[in-house]
Design a protein around this ligand. Structure first.
Ligand SMILES: Cc1ncc(COP(=O)(O)O)c(C=O)c1O
Length: 335
C-alpha cells in the first residue's frame, strides 16, 4: 500500500496498444522524479525538513514538486509560466505551495527567460532557499530507475525503442541510461517542437506555439545529447492530429507532447519491423481540451502525414522532420 498519494501518481501504467506499440502512461510524469530528487537532497543533508524548495515550471513539474514537498514536509515556491492553468493554480494554493505566475505573454521564449531572471532575484532575497534546477541537476534522473525496472520487467528490454518529448531531458535520458545497463541495443528517439534550441532548431519557427513542456529557448544541462539515436521535430498541427488519433483509436486521453510522441512512435514502429516501440505519455489531456481536443474536426488523418527525412538541420521544415542523430555528443554548427 502506498504511504502517500504522490507514490501512486508517480507510478505509470504500461499499456499495449498493439503487438509492437506500447504506451507508458503517467497521470503527471515528474512526480516520480521530484520525489526521488527531494528524498536524495534530504538523505545527503543538502536540505532539511521545513526548508523551501524553489523552481520554475511550465506546469507538471510545479505539481510534482508541490506533491514531493507535501510528502516530505518541505515548503515549495514556484515561478510559473503562463501555461500554468487555473486548475493547477488552485491545487497548488490548497497544497500550500506558493506560485508566482509571470505576466501573460504569447511569447513562450520570453516567458522562459523571464522566469529564470525571477529565480535569480528570489535567490538574492532568500539565499536559504534551495533551487531545484530541474533542467540541470541530474538528481532528477534518479526516480526513473523504478520506471525502467517496470519497463524491463514487462518487456524484457531487448529490441525496445523508447520515444518521448525532450524538455529537461531527464525522463528520456534516464530511461535510456537505465534500460541500456541490461539492454545496450535500446534505441532512444527524442521529440522536439520547431524553434527549440535543444537540438538546434531555433531557426525554424512554428507559427502556433512551442509545445508546452518540451523544447527550450535556452540550453539545459540535463539533456544528454549522446543518448539519442533519432530526432523528430513536430509542429503543433501534427501533434494535434496525433493527440486526437490516440484518443480516437486507442482511447488514451493525453497531452500534446504525447500526441507528438505517438506520431513519432507510429513512424518508428512502421520502419523497424523487429522492434517494439514504447512512447511516453507525460500528462493527461485535461489541460488541452480547448486548445487541442475541441479542434478535433481540424485534425488531419495521421496516415496522411510523414516526416521529411533530413540529413542536416539546415533542411528542417514544418510540419514534421526526422533526422538520425546517431548519439552525437553535441550540436555541430549548422552546415
Ligand atoms: C507535457 C510534458 N511532456 C514531456 C515533458 C518532457 O519531460 P522531460 O523534462 O523529462 O524531458 C515535459 C516536461 O516538462 C512535459 O511537461
Amino acid at each position: 500500500m502506498d504511504q502517500h498519494i504522490a507514490e501512486a501518481i508517480g507510478r505509470p501504467d504500461l499499456i499495449r496498444l498493439d503487438d509492437r506499440l506500447l504506451c507508458l502512461r503517467f497521470e503527471t510524469m515528474k512526480v516520480v522524479s521530484a520525489l526521488a530528487a527531494v528524498r536524495h537532497l534530504l538523505d545527503t543533508g543538502a536540505v532539511r525538513r521545513g526548508d523551501t524548495l524553489l523552481d520554475s515550471s511550465s506546469g507538471i513539474y510545479a505539481y510534482a514538486l508541490a506533491l514531493a514537498c507535501h510528502r516530505h514536509g518541505m515548503r515549495c515556491h514556484i515561478v510559473g509560466s503562463t501555461t500554468v492553468d487555473h486548475t493547477l493554480c488552485t491545487q497548488l494554493a490548497v497544497l500550500g505551495a506558493t506560485l508566482e505566475r509571470m505576466e501573460p505573454s504569447t511569447d513562450l521564449k520570453l516567458d522562459q527567460k523571464r522566469r529564470v531572471e525571477r529565480i535569480h532575484e528570489i535567490l538574492a532575497e532568500h539565499p536559504e532557499y534551495h533551487w531545484m534546477r530541474q533542467y540541470h541537476d541530474d538528481i532528477h534522473y534518479l526516480g526513473y530507475r523504478a520506471v525502467s525496472d517496470l519497463v524491463r520487467k514487462s518487456t524484457g528490454g531487448d529490441g525496445l525503442t523508447v520515444v518521448g518529448g525532450v524538455g529537461s531531458g531527464a525522463s528520456t535520458g534516464a530511461l535510456a541510461r537505465y534500460l541500456r545497463e541490461d539492454s545496450p541495443d535500446v534505441e532512444l528517439v527524442g521529440v522536439q517542437p520547431f524553434g527549440s534550441v535543444t537540438f538546434g532548431a531555433e531557426h525554424v519557427a512554428d507559427p502556433e506555439i512551442i509545445i508546452a513542456g518540451i523544447g527550450s529557448s535556452i540550453p539545459f544541462g540535463n539533456v544528454s545529447h549522446a543518448s539519442y539515436d533519432t530526432l523528430h521535430w513536430i509542429s503543433f498541427d501534427a501533434a494535434l492530429a496525433g493527440s486526437v488519433d490516440l484518443l480516437r483509436r486507442h482511447a488514451v486521453f493525453a497531452g500534446l507532447s504525447t500526441g507528438a510522441g505517438y506520431l513519432a512512435a507510429r513512424w518508428e514502429r512502421s520502419r523497424a519491423r523487429e522492434r517494439t516501440v514504447l512512447f511516453i505519455a507525460a500528462d493527461t489531456g485535461h489541460r488541452y481540451v480547448d486548445t487541442v481536443y475541441a479542434r478535433h474536426r481540424e485534425a488531419v488523418a495521421v496516415d496522411s502525414l510523414s516526416p521529411r527525412p533530413v540529413a542536416d538541420r539546415a533542411e528542417l521544415a514544418l510540419p514534421w522532420s526526422r533526422m538520425r542523430w546517431n548519439r552525437a555528443s553535441g550540436i555541430e554548427p549548422r552546415g
